[in-house]
Design a protein around this ligand. Structure first.
Ligand code: BG6
Length: 494
């Protein structure tokens, strides 16, 4: 990653995120030569484990989740040799002192000049303690750089996010903190900038003169699985909207940055977040936001249970598993253009798509007298298919002047196949080389919470507006109403 190398510390090394995402990402980076020659990885968790047992776990995780398989014996052996496990009670500073000694040995063995990346795959309540103990245990005294990579949820609301940030900032500077939003690591989310700013045909139309509305859908088929306890406190608003949905919206809405430097890009994103029209009363929340919860239903012919029957979910839970809203970016470019966002669990498909719907051609007397023309669409397919397509009108072959919508598609996933790097791979690589472009800066996070908090507050007052949808359906009817009131509809998602 950097010519001089680094030690990567994975806190929470026996957890789910490490197993599914972090080990596979590190192995892919290794196989692609992106970790360089000088690196070591230290897995940390409370559970005692021998280095052998730990390597076996890592092997299995890679076997199951990585796009490179560990059956290339030599490569796996070399990689595994760099992996150590250290059992650590993160509440006890003495353990960090021992860790310091282990780290110095590794650094000496692999000639790593004190660069240390701390990835906290832990509950956020522990971020403060770990940061303090890293400092007090002497882990930040090495000569190189020190970086902290943390996962969401970053707080529960603006005040709690602020306190969490304070705790971390006692120890780490803002430019040393890398807050992950894995949607920013997705290929097509990063591609939005290129599509917008490297093409002559999109940017000139990218404003309220030409765009009728923007629709962002992040649909999932899964329910809450084993995460009922976490999810019931968080709901779709905190789990998806505060972070992934708003981040995608900012990428669509931001002004061109003056340079492609991380701070320039993030400055532009913050401006979008600050321009989002807030919710000043609970009535406004009801007018512009729909919340829903899945009940029993059916998916692919199989019955599924309702949210309130999921494990660790109370039978009277008012937590939303679906969220839809009409948002506005109140600035010059976007005045009057609705941004419709929706996300939910137990929807019919797993798909993330962004649809830009253009305004109709003015005064279309030529064709519209005979038939209704469809608007032009630009669709960015984020996940699981990656690509973009445009829909425009063309003549239907034949003698009549019949107009039909046709599509032109760039299917990235068809060309590159499954071999595009995973979001976590990209983000760990970026954190290792100190590029914070696709990480969330504190002021972005603060602005996102400030938008979300009044919604949560209105919901706390009364649950009357909670709507229900059968599992496997496209959310509650009210989510369609949001667009119908404005004369639009949700474009079908593939
Ligand atoms: C996570 C949420 O941040 O994103 C999960 O906590 C959600 O609830 C997941 O399932 C979706 O990510 P992806 O990459 O699978 O779309």
């Amino acid at each position: 990653i950097t010519a001089e190398g680094a030690v990567y510390f994975i806190f929470g090394a026996t957890g789910d995120l490490a197993r599914r995402k972090l080990f596979p990402a590190l192995y892919s980076l290794y196989r692609e030569g992106k970790l360089g020659e000088r690196f070591a990885i230290v897995g940390l968790a409370r559970r005692p484990r021998t280095a052998e047992q730990f390597r076996d776990d890592v092997y299995e995780s890679i076997q199951e989740f990585c796009r490179y398989k560990p059956n290339e014996v030599q490569a796996w052996r070399e990689f595994a040799e760099r992996f150590t496990y250290h059992s650590l009670d993160i509440g006890n500073v003495d353990g960090f002192r021992e860790l310091k000694a282990t780290t110095e040995e590794l650094e000496a063995r692999y000639e790593i000049p004190g660069n240390r990346l701390f990835y906290l795959a832990l509950a956020p309540e522990l971020f403060g303690t770990v940061s303090r103990n890293l400092r007090d245990g002497g882990m930040l005294e090495s000569g190189g750089w020190h970086r902290l990579v943390i996962e969401k949820p970053f707080g529960y609301d603006y005040p709690s996010a602020g306190s969490l940030n304070e705790e971390i900032r006692h120890v780490f500077r803002e430019d040393e903190v890398f807050r992950i939003d894995h949607y920013l690591g997705k290929e097509m989310v990063q591609n939005i900038e290129v599509i917008r700013f490297a093409n002559a045909f999109f940017e000139p139309l990218w404003n309220n003169n030409h765009i009728a509305n923007v629709q962002i859908t992040l649909a999932e088929t899964v329910g809450v699985e084993e995460r009922g306890a976490y999810y019931n406190k968080s709901g779709a608003l905190r789990d998806m909207v505060q972070n992934h949905m708003l981040q995608m919206l900012t990428m669509i809405a931001m002004e061109p940055p003056s340079r492609l430097d991380p701070e320039d890009i993030r400055d532009e994103k913050v401006k979008v977040l600050r321009s989002l029209r807030g919710f000043s009363t609970p009535d406004e929340v009801r007018e512009r936001v729909v919340r829903g919860q899945y009940t029993e239903g059916e998916q692919k012919g199989k019955p599924i249970k309702g949210y309130r029957n999921e494990d660790s979910v109370p039978a009277d839970s008012a937590t939303e598993t679906f969220f839809a809203a009409r948002l506005f970016v109140d600035n010059f470019r976007w005045a009057g253009v609705p941004f419709y966002v929706r996300t939910g669990k137990r929807l019919p498909v797993k798909s993330t798509e962004i649809v830009i719907e253009f305004k109709n051609v003015p005064n279309n007397v030529l064709f519209a007298s005979k038939q209704q023309l469809q608007p032009n669409l630009l669709v960015i397919r984020v996940n699981p298919m990656e690509g973009i397509y445009i829909k425009f009108n063309a003549k239907k072959p034949g003698n009549d002047m019949t107009v039909q919508p046709v599509a032109m598609e760039f299917c990235q996933s068809c060309q590159v196949g499954i071999n595009t790097p995973e979001a976590y791979e990209r983000l760990i690589f970026d954190a290792g080389r100190g590029d914070s472009t696709y990480f969330t800066r504190w002021d972005e996070l603060a602005a996102a919470w400030q938008l979300v908090d009044p919604i949560a507050a209105a919901w706390r007052e009364s649950a009357d507006d909670l709507t229900f949808y059968p599992g496997g359906a496209w959310g509650p009817q009210q989510a369609h109403g949001l667009l119908e009131e404005d004369g639009y509809f949700w474009w079908p998602v593939n």
